[in-house]
Design a binder for this molecule. Structure first.
Ligand code: 3PG
Length: 306
């Protein structure tokens, strides 16, 4: 059995070693395709793969159709908006993710970018602190919970909106449940986005919500660029010169936003949230273990394309 690790943005070497160990111990062969520049390289590499481990790499119908032996694709990470779920299902390929494995890394970056924003990108001018300030968590999943835990250390007042999470679970974490998106944005100086990119959430955060934010509002996006309505965000930021936007991955209109808003915006050049040795090890090895558990024992706990 061939297990392909296809990562345009490679895992740390230590994580690759761990993945190799798991795969080879099971008697399978590991094939590495890192930093590939053209889709054709991926199409060629998947041709004889029985399993693929990916990160944000796009596994669309073309890739799935080229992978004649494929049985399972594991997204080493949380968001699986990069996998064509319908096409994988139609081809009889199981798709899985590795929930929770990289969430601390993403949550830590939320605070890295938040502090940078309130200290004016470390440009020498005086900024503010986050202690005692309000933080709204937009979706209380694995990352949202880690954000709440860390925010408590900063002594922030934390609330969260998540229609899929019972109030009791939110309250048990010492977080105030919020029930409307308008309330989330109007009550919190800081809002941290953790919604997945789905048909419903795409472009769902824009002018109407951002303009509600209290004075000196900071919107922190470590989720997906697609959930932002960039035009709406720009309009709100034009009207409200106190608002800042920091994001882990460039928006489509990055240059325009940067030109208009300068130090009020910050974007990582490549998605960096999960780019730590620890997250790479956790997510990469979990993915390898899930591949082995599925191919060898038929265990399919984390399937996302049922
Ligand atoms: C995720 O969905 O797990 C994160 O966005 C990390 O993505 P990455 O593996 O491409 O860094």
């Amino acid at each position: 059995m061939k297990v392909l690790v296809a990562t345009e943005k490679p895992f740390a070497a230590v994580a690759v070693n761990g993945i190799r160990e798991v795969i080879e111990e099971a008697g399978y062969e590991l094939v590495l395709l890192e930093k590939y520049a053209a889709k054709q390289e991926l199409l060629d590499a998947v041709a004889d793969a029985d399993a693929i481990i990916i990160r944000s790499d796009i596994v669309d119908k073309e890739v799935l159709d080229a992978a004649k032996n494929l049985k399972i694709v594991v997204r080493a990470g949380a968001g699986y908006d990069n996998i064509d779920l319908e096409a994988s299902k139609a081809n009889g390929v199981v798709a899985q993710n590795t929930p929770g494995q990289n969430s601390n890394a993403v949550a830590e970056l939320v605070f890295g970018m938040t502090i940078m924003a309130v200290r004016n990108m470390y440009n020498g001018t005086s900024g503010t602190e986050v202690k005692g300030k309000t933080l709204g968590i937009h979706a209380f999943g694995q990352v949202g919970r880690n954000v709440a835990r860390i925010a408590k250390g900063f002594e922030m007042e934390v609330s969260a909106l998540d229609p899929y999470c019972p109030d009791e679970a939110i309250s048990a974490a010492g977080v105030t449940p919020i029930h409307s998106v308008e309330e989330l944005y109007s009550k919190n100086q800081f809002v941290s986005l953790h919604i997945p990119a789905t048909a419903e959430t795409k472009k769902s955060v824009g002018y109407d919500l951002v303009k509600l934010m209290p004075k000196n509002g900071v919107l922190i996006n470590t989720a997906r660029k697609e959930v932002i309505d960039e035009e709406g965000l720009a309009k709100a930021m034009e009207e409200r010169p106190d608002i800042k936007y920091v994001a882990d991955i460039k928006p489509d209109s990055a240059e325009e936003l940067k030109a208009k808003f300068g130090d009020r915006v910050f974007f990582t050049p490549k998605k960096m949230g999960a780019q730590t040795a620890e997250a790479n090890i956790n997510a990469g090895i979990a993915a390898a273990q899930q591949v082995v558990a599925f191919l060898r024992d038929g265990i399919n706990k984390y399937q996302v394309n049922k």
